[in-house]
Design a protein around this ligand. Structure first.
Ligand code: FRU
Length: 497
């Protein structure tokens, strides 16, 4: 029997979907059917399709009592909305159905999520409890298990938080289910617990895979745990989204961040040994990434294209929340690299090429414009033998002669800055971020994905990525180039869809 809460959400979202015109949605990014969306949840395959669930409040464009919204795709680019999957309709999840994962087993789809319960204590104060719960279904309708919650904080090492214990990511390996879950160590900072199960109901604590020790933020949210391999070199990646990070150089910024903890894993002993830590994305709006593995063995990541602290929500829209373009992760030259899923290339059309010397004069090139575009650039010196012929290259996107978002490459500093200060938004929010990049053989490669409300930048075939929302009116569709000397730029541009 479907609860009233879920039924109400389904009826409401159906009406809203029809009301929101397609022109008010991104063209090739997934956007929430109605209301508010944050983290991707349950990103996984089931019966030949990829499923994406998400943190969802369909009634308003602000975070509130969490549901799970639902959609599917076959190619990561075009999505179908499905009816909301879960509502906070049980005593143990009355405060919200928080983030989690999904997995296929015995022909059914299992959703594992954090049920958050709010209870009044005897002294009248409210008490929050986070516990892991499971719902099972057919890819459309789900039933919460009678034995919920299936994991409580009692299963964690002594002194772990009972309030912060959330975001189970689940997968199946050699016939066993595993789940990584964020929690807090007695020192107040994050730790990632690994659990295993034979049947998705009875769970056993295996170990704490790694912990924060107050070094990378505090609470570690939304963990994921997967291998990447390249030419026999294997790494295990513990990906997580720490709260309360403190800035460090250009690698980490303040507030909610995302990190790859890169290490080695001895599965027989559940022993994860950390080697290094790398930021996932260097932009302004990127959080809570989650991955799945495709049938052809690719590791695909998707993330919420927004940040908790900077509330950039394009004004005047009846929805708030979109996802990044799904990205293929690879291990290359000592880094986790990310590139847009190759399926995006099927949507390219109207190729335009230019080979140009960019100079101090701000220049536009014929047919290099648009708010929905896939741009590939290769930038090099015009006279490498004669020393540097340029120090800076500036690209203005979403430009109307006044407003723009800037991508600036500084060769001396070896940095790229994204800056939306002049994008036309009249709110005093953080607008700029900078990251380190390297040339290879005197060349820098950029891929820029522009959609109506966003810009995603990939450097040197995904060595770095930088993601941001932009909120400039849609008529601002010019793209300009300028250098402080002479730069040779090869431009390839496609329209998408
Ligand atoms: C991360 C997060 C998760 C939580 C969810 C609630 O953005 O805080 O830890 O499950 O959002 O919506």
């Amino acid at each position: 029997m479907m609860s009233e809460k879920l039924q109400k959400a389904r009826e409401w979202e159906q009406k809203q979907i029809e009301k929101i015109p397609m022109e008010q949605r991104p063209v090739f990014h997934f956007s929430v059917p109605a209301g508010w969306m944050n983290d991707p949840n349950g990103f996984s395959s089931y019966k030949g399709e990829y499923h994406l669930f998400f943190q969802y409040y369909p009634y308003e464009i602000h975070w509130n009592s969490m549901h799970w919204g639902h959609s599917t795709t076959r190619d990561f680019i075009t999505w179908e909305y499905l009816p909301a999957a879960l509502a906070p309709d049980e005593a143990y999840d009355n405060f919200g159905v928080f983030s989690g994962g999904a997995v296929e087993a015995d022909g059914k789809q299992y959703l594992m999520y954090t049920g958050v319960e709010e209870k009044k204590a005897i002294d009248g104060t409210s008490q929050i409890r986070q516990r892991q719960c499971v719902a099972v279904g057919d890819g459309r309708d789900y039933e919460k298990l009678a034995c919920n919650p299936v994991i409580t904080a009692d299963a964690l090492p002594e002194g772990s938080s009972r309030e912060d214990f959330r975001d189970p990511k689940v997968w199946k390996e050699d016939g066993v289910f595993y789940s990584v879950i964020g929690s807090r160590h007695p020192d107040g900072s994050g730790q990632i617990a690994l659990f295993s199960s034979e049947n998705m109901r009875d769970w056993r604590f295996c170990t704490i895979l790694d912990r924060c020790e107050n070094r990378y933020g505090k609470m570690w949210e939304c963990p994921d745990f997967f291998p990447l391999e390249n030419g026999g070199e294997k790494r295990q990646i513990l990906m997580t989204s720490p709260q309360d990070m403190q800035a460090e150089g250009l690698e980490f910024h303040n507030g909610n961040g995302t990190i790859f903890v890169i290490g080695d894993y001895d599965k027989a002993h559940y022993d994860f040994q950390r080697r290094s830590v790398q930021a996932v994305d260097y932009g302004l709006d990127f959080y809570a990434p989650q991955t799945l593995e495709t049938e052809d063995g690719r590791r695909i990541m998707i993330a919420w294209l927004k940040s908790w602290d900077n509330d950039v929500c394009p004004e005047g829209l009846a929805w708030s929340g979109m996802m990044t373009v799904p990205r293929e992760l690879t291990w290359r030259d000592g880094r986790v690299c990310q590139n847009p899923v190759r399926e995006l290339e099927n949507y390219r059309r109207d190729e335009v090429r230019h080979s140009a010397v960019v100079t101090e004069e701000e220049t536009e090139f014929s047919q290099i414009a648009g708010r929905v575009a896939d741009l590939e650039l290769e930038i090099r010196d015009t006279k490498p033998e004669a020393g540097r012929s340029y120090e800076k290259l500036r690209i203005k996107a979403a430009w109307d002669g006044r407003f723009y978002s800037l991508i600036e490459y500084d060769r001396r500093e070896k940095t790229i800055t994204f800056d939306r200060t002049y994008s036309g938004r009249c709110r005093d929010i953080i607008s700029s971020r900078k990251m380190k990049v390297e040339e290879t053989d005197g060349r820098l490669k950029l891929r820029i994905l522009l959609d109506r409300y966003s810009c995603e930048l990939f450097v040197n075939d995904g060595m770095q990525a930088m993601t941001a929302l932009i909120d400039t009116h849609q008529e601002a569709d010019r793209i300009s180039f300028a250098a402080d000397g002479e730069a040779q730029v090869e431009i390839r541009k496609y329209t998408l869809f």
